[in-house]
Design a protein around this ligand. Structure first.
Ligand code: SF4
Length: 489
């Protein structure tokens, strides 16, 4: 595509932030490439797009390998009566490629934009509004605008039924509303594209909305350590403070109403010391019943359900790590399970776990609602485990609680109670340097090793990294509990 032509993706980026679009076009090397988790989202989008085509029988796949061919083949077929997939429309210096352009009679067309999300967002409407503007500028008559997105109530039985997997919503009225002022917005973004200098844009909520901007590490780098953006759950108020020139937590005005947790945080920043509420920690520890089972699941989820009886984006557990401590004085023994093969991993995983989790004793998880939900969904899929799962739910203890309640807080947590921050703060054990260091990445890596085309060597490495990562989550919980016992005296 010629650099002077504005695509719909760049239009949306430009609306979000002039600086981001300019950098993307003029200094693309400064924009980090998408990570594996983001790439997985893109790949899912393509799979969903391909599936949506089945709703339009007889459609023509317009070639996309070459910009000019895409436009030419589209033009050659605009007189016909076949739906067009990936039709390319160039109108002056704006261009869009449409997921589906469907003939609607009397020479008019319907635009159908396919999304892998489960709801319609404002940015999707703007996306379609740009397509309509582009098509109409090129002389096409547009009748209706629709969004086809994932119906999260769909349950897979047998082959995927695209008519049921997708919700197709007519968004013509919303698109018409969003189209007011669109021509001016297009002009504005085109002007940004041709600027010689990078536009000056300050940081703000737009850095994460509607898309997480990949330039954040650069644009936000000027902030000092312990900036007001680390203030626990301060939300939009942080930007108000920032606009008023307050960057550091130590500069918060007296008049600023901190809640109890934020006050602890600010005090810890000032003293450089950890805050410890021994009594609350003690009562948390008293609630533990030995043997204690430290449990962590890893899951993956896909827009198009892979297995019978599952719904879009259902969390499918494929791995667990379990550390078992018979008492507080001795070490814990680790057990683990990592699914092999491409079949539904849940039956074997449930059977393994059932063998290992005894009849009594606390089951400790970090952010327990997740483990509870995974177990509940296991029972829903495998009713023979229902009674067992019912018996487990009351034994589950959330290790997040003492930290989200600020019974313990260390300034190096930077306003976060996540395991990834708490573990290093308490024990010095870090996730830095691990090849897999978060749950999303774990799911994506497992998918690549199991359903992708990873080589045998890559597959082995991924599985090894998964064992290390999941093992650190449960081993880390063991270490945290030891520290809490030491602290509580
Ligand atoms: S981080 Fe924010 S200010 Fe910087 S380019 Fe991205 S959106 Fe713009």
């Amino acid at each position: 595509m010629p650099p002077s032509v504005l695509s719909k993706t760049n239009f949306l980026y430009g609306l979000q932030c002039h600086k981001y679009l300019w950098t993307l076009l003029h200094e693309p090397h400064s924009v980090p490439p998408p990570d594996a988790a983001m790439q997985f989202v893109f790949d899912q989008g393509h799979q969903v797009g391909d599936l949506a085509k089945q709703m339009f029988p007889g459609g023509l796949d317009v070639p996309t390998h070459d910009f000019n061919t895409n436009i030419r083949v589209t033009r050659e077929n605009l007189g016909g009566s076949r739906p067009l997939f990936e039709a390319g429309i160039l109108a002056g210096n704006i261009f869009c490629r449409l997921d589906v352009l469907s003939p609607a009679g009397e020479g008019s067309w319907d635009i159908i934009e396919v999304k892998s999300a489960t709801s319609v967002k404002d940015v999707n409407i703007l996306d379609v509004a740009f397509q309509k503007f582009c098509c109409e500028s090129a002389g096409l008559k547009i009748r209706n605008c629709k969004l086809a997105y994932i119906n999260n109530k769909y349950i897979r039985y047998g082959e995927i039924n695209p008519q049921q997997l997708f919700t197709v919503e007519d968004v013509s009225a919303r698109v018409a509303e969003a189209s007011g002022g669109l021509a001016e917005q297009v002009e504005e973004v085109l002007a940004v594209m041709s600027q010689q200098q990078c536009p000056e844009v300050g940081i703000g909520p737009h850095c994460a909305e509607p898309y997480e901007c990949p330039l954040q590490p650069v644009c936000w780098a000027f902030l000092p350590e312990n900036s007001i953006f680390e203030l626990y759950f301060a939300g939009k108020k942080r930007f108000e403070l920032y606009e008023n020139g307050i960057l550091h937590m130590k500069d918060l005005p007296e008049s600023y109403a901190l809640n109890g947790k934020q006050q602890i945080q600010v005090n810890c920043v000032a003293s450089g010391e950890a805050f410890v509420n021994k009594d609350s920690i003690r009562s948390f520890l008293d609630s533990l019943l030995y043997p204690v089972y430290y449990l962590d699941f890893e899951t993956f989820s896909t827009a198009i359900p892979l297995f019978e009886g599952t719904h879009p984006y259902q969390q499918i557990p494929f791995q667990f790590s379990l550390h078992v401590a018979l008492n507080n004085d001795e070490g814990a023994i680790q057990f683990s399970y990592l699914a092999e093969g491409r079949e539904d991993p849940r039956p074997k995983l449930a059977a393994e776990l059932k063998q290992l989790l005894g009849e009594s004793g606390s089951i400790v998880a970090y952010y327990a609602p997740f483990e509870k939900q995974v177990l509940a969904e296991l029972a829903a899929a495998l009713p023979e485990y229902q009674e067992w799962v019912d018996g487990l739910q009351g034994r589950i203890v959330d290790l997040l609680k003492p930290f989200s309640s600020f019974h313990y807080y260390h300034p190096s947590q930077k306003g976060s109670a996540s395991l990834k921050k708490v573990l290093p703060a308490l024990t010095g054990i870090s996730y830095e340097g691990l090849a897999i260091n978060d749950g999303k990445l774990a799911g994506v890596a497992f998918m690549a090793a199991t359903y992708g085309n990873a080589s045998e060597e890559e597959r082995r490495k991924i599985r090894q990294d998964l064992e290390i990562y999941c093992g650190q989550d449960t081993g880390g919980m063991v270490e945290i509990i030891k520290k809490l016992f030491a602290m509580a005296g």
